[in-house]
Structures are given as structure tokens and as C-alpha cells.
Design a protein around this ligand. Structure first.
Ligand SMILES: Nc1nc2c(ncn2[C@@H]2O[C@H](COP(=O)(O)OP(=O)(O)O)[C@@H](O)[C@H]2O)c(=O)[nH]1
Ligand SMILES: [Mg+2]
Length: 385
């Protein structure tokens, strides 16, 4: 790097000590963020075959019901989760009338057991699935909705395998029967299908539908601290998912630029430049994760370093920050190793916004998101001054 960089800040900054500082700071910020943003847990109930697994695979990324781990919690409830996807689905096998009592008691006591000390396990919302084709509503379904409501769970009725989205007569019946019990009724079609005439000729095509509305409503019923996890877990196949992810990326940027603004307020044994590195690493990783990328802290550090065209860890912080300052027009300057609160925040949010819009554009093109190529695209966006 240039002479200007080597004269900035302290002359002697041991790479190892700086790296240790960065790691510690990333961990601290990570913890602070994680205390505000927690895992979301959704209960999904309904008769066998109504389309619960299909719905889970459509709504969430990575075909969650298919590829996730299913762990039997009780005889009737299975817990579905997957490493890196911050959502847990409690899938109730069947809702068969013969042993309805057992199933209902199982569900209610499982929900209550999850209300212990650990807020990570709470059930936040319930999706009660009823297939349009069943054409009737069972007393058991209504009873379950009442029991869930009684213990404070928001219940959404999901009508599955819907053929008609306008003037659906079954929807009217559902709304009537569950009036006053449920949070809302959503019509869904989780699989696309061809339409045939009497002679088996294809006469039309029905697209997946209703998922955007399901995402939208579920998001509003979730507590605020679960919305980040929910946005993360949703599949980019859906327009609404991209919208939720964009919103969550914004809150990541606000959080980390806020943290960046406090640089200078806390004395550290290095130049301010190094103090910014944890914010930027944390921010890049969190934004990546919102978009469903499996990026670890360890993986992000060298890639970020390569973004600024250097390798190795010595002088990492200063090099990254001065590199970024050069790349982001109008971010301010970095004189003598000191950065003002405004410059630190502006720099961080400029980087965050550019990165988030890069991911958003890649997603809109339907391309796969991958850290190195995403960061390269970001780098191409940032014009040198
Ligand atoms: N046509 C159509 N079939 C669906 C839809 N959702 C589920 N299915 C089919 O219904 C069957 C049962 O679905 P599944 O998700 O296993 O139901 P679960 O027992 O409630 O988990 C499967 O053959 C699915 O392919 C849908 O929206 N449209
Ligand atoms: Mg299933």
C-alpha cells in the first residue's frame, strides 16, 4: 500500500494482536445482535396429506422438510430443522380424528413446555392447514384452533391445494367457521400444475400462488425479534421473500453502522481503522446470511481482505479500511489513523447498502449466491476515486 497508509495510525501493530482484537469484537457484536434477533419457531398442523411438507419445502429455502433433520419430539410431533437455517418447524403428523385428543394434548403440552427459560424454543405462530379438496371442516380442527388461541398462540388457517383464488366458496366457509378464533385465512397452492381437458390435452397451467401473502401475514404475526430469522429462512423463489430480506438487510446495516459510529468513543490499542473491521465483517456476514448464504466468520475474513487487494493478516484492519475509503466515493477521509464517528458510520452503511443491493440484484437474476463472486461484484460496483 502507499506511504500515506503506512504513516497512518500506530506504526507497530502486530498482526496477531490485531486479529485477536477483531475476533473478540466480532464475537461481542455478534452476541449483541443475537440477543435482539432470535430463532423463529412455527407449528404446522393438519390432516395427513393436506400438503404440510410440500408447503414447508416451498416456503423455506433448501427444501427444508426434505433435507432437514426430523427429530421426533413426541409420538405425534416432529421437529424439523437444519443447520444454518434459523427456523424450527414443529410438524404434527396427521390430525387424525381417531386419536385427536392425544394429538391436541401433545401439541398443547409441547407448546407450554417450550415456554421455559429459553426464548429460542417458543412457538411463535401456528399454521393450521386444511385442504380445499376436503370440502369440509372437522370439529377437531376448530377445537385445536380454539385450544391454541386459548394459550395465546396466533393461529393462521392455510387452505392448501387451492384451485380457485377468486370467489372461493370453501374460503367463505372457513372464514365463517373460524371467525373470532384465527388471525387470518390464507389460500395457497404450493405446487404448480397443468390443467387438462377431457381428452388429456393440456389446456392451461396453474402457478404456485398465495405464498407471498402467507409470508407477508406470518411476518406481521411474528414478534419483531423473530422477523430477521424468518426472512433469512424463506426461499428466494418468492417475491415477498426478497422484499423481507431487503428490509432485514437494512436493519443489519443500521445496527452495524451504529456500532461503527461509536468508534473513537472507546479507546483501543490500535488505529481506529482496525476498530471498524469487526463491524464490516459482521455486517457482510449478516447480510450474506439474510440472503441464505452459509457464510462463517472464519470464511469471511480472508475474502474481505482480498476485496481490498491485499493478502495476509498483518495490517489487515488499516488496509481494509483505507482500501474501502478509496473505493467508496464521498465516504470521507482517514487521516492519521483517526476516523470521525460520521465517517465511520457513513463508510459502513455505504458498504452495507452496496453489498445488499449486489445480493438483491444477483437474486433477482435467479443466480446462485456465493461469497467470492458476490464480493467481486461488489468490488466492481465500487468505483475507485
Ligand atoms: N396439486 C397440488 N398437490 C399438492 C399441493 N400440496 C401438496 N400436494 C400433494 O399432496 C400430497 C401430500 O402432500 P404432503 O406435503 O406430503 O402432505 P402432508 O402429509 O400434509 O405433509 C403430495 O402428493 C403432494 O405432492 C398443491 O398445492 N397442489
Ligand atoms: Mg408431511
Amino acid at each position: 500500500m502507499s506511504d500515506q497508509d503506512s504513516s497512518a495510525g500506530q506504526e507497530v501493530e502486530s498482526g496477531a494482536a490485531a486479529a485477536a482484537f477483531v475476533a473478540k469484537e466480532v464475537t461481542r457484536l455478534w452476541k449483541e445482535w443475537s440477543e435482539k434477533n432470535r430463532r423463529a419457531n412455527i407449528l404446522i398442523a393438519g390432516k395427513t396429506g393436506v400438503g404440510k411438507s410440500t408447503l414447508i419445502n416451498t416456503v423455506f429455502r433448501e427444501n427444508l422438510a426434505k433435507t432437514g433433520n426430523g427429530r421426533p419430539v413426541t409420538q405425534k410431533i416432529e421437529e424439523i430443522s437444519k443447520a444454518g437455517v434459523p427456523i424450527t418447524i414443529l410438524d404434527t403428523k396427521g390430525l387424525e380424528l381417531a386419536d385427536f385428543e392425544v394429538i391436541r394434548n401433545d401439541i398443547i403440552s409441547e407448546i407450554e413446555a417450550r415456554r421455559g427459560e429459553n426464548a429460542e424454543t417458543y412457538v411463535h405462530v401456528a399454521w393450521l392447514c386444511i385442504s380445499e379438496g376436503s370440502a369440509r371442516i372437522e370439529d377437531a380442527e376448530i377445537e385445536l384452533a380454539i385450544a391454541l388461541k386459548a394459550i395465546g398462540i396466533k393461529v393462521m388457517i392455510i387452505v392448501t391445494k387451492v384451485s380457485r383464488f377468486k370467489d372461493n366458496s370453501f374460503e367463505k366457509v372457513v372464514r365463517e367457521q373460524f371467525s373470532g378464533i384465527t388471525a387470518d385465512v390464507v389460500l395457497t397452492r404450493a405446487l404448480s400444475e397443468d390443467v387438462y381437458d377431457d381428452d388429456d390435452r393440456i389446456t392451461g397451467h396453474l402457478e404456485v400462488r398465495g405464498i407471498d401473502q402467507l409470508l407477508d401475514l406470518t411476518n406481521t404475526y411474528l414478534p419483531e425479534s423473530q422477523r430477521h430469522a424468518f426472512a433469512n429462512a424463506t426461499s428466494l423463489k418468492h417475491k415477498k421473500a426478497l422484499e423481507l430480506k431487503r428490509g432485514e438487510a437494512k436493519s443489519v446495516i443500521t445496527f452495524f453502522s451504529g456500532a461503527a459510529a461509536t468508534v473513537g468513543a472507546t479507546p483501543i490499542p490500535f488505529s481506529d481503522a482496525i476498530a471498524l473491521v469487526p463491524m464490516q465483517i459482521g455486517m457482510i456476514i449478516k447480510i450474506s446470511q439474510v440472503y441464505g448464504m452459509n457464510v462463517s466468520r472464519e470464511a469471511a475474513l480472508p475474502v474481505l481482505a482480498s476485496l481490498t487487494g491485499i493478502s495476509g493478516t498483518s495490517m489487515l484492519g488499516r488496509t481494509i479500511v483505507s482500501g474501502l475509503l478509496k473505493m467508496i466515493p464521498g465516504a470521507g477521509s482517514f487521516v492519521g489513523g483517526a476516523i470521525s464517528a460520521t465517517t465511520a458510520a457513513t463508510l459502513t452503511s455505504a458498504l452495507g447498502n452496496l453489498y445488499a443491493s449486489t445480493l438483491s440484484e444477483i437474486s433477482e437474476r435467479g443466480e446462485e449466491l456465493q461469497l467470492t463472486s458476490a464480493l467481486n461484484a461488489l468490488k466492481r460496483k465500487i468505483k475507485p476515486q
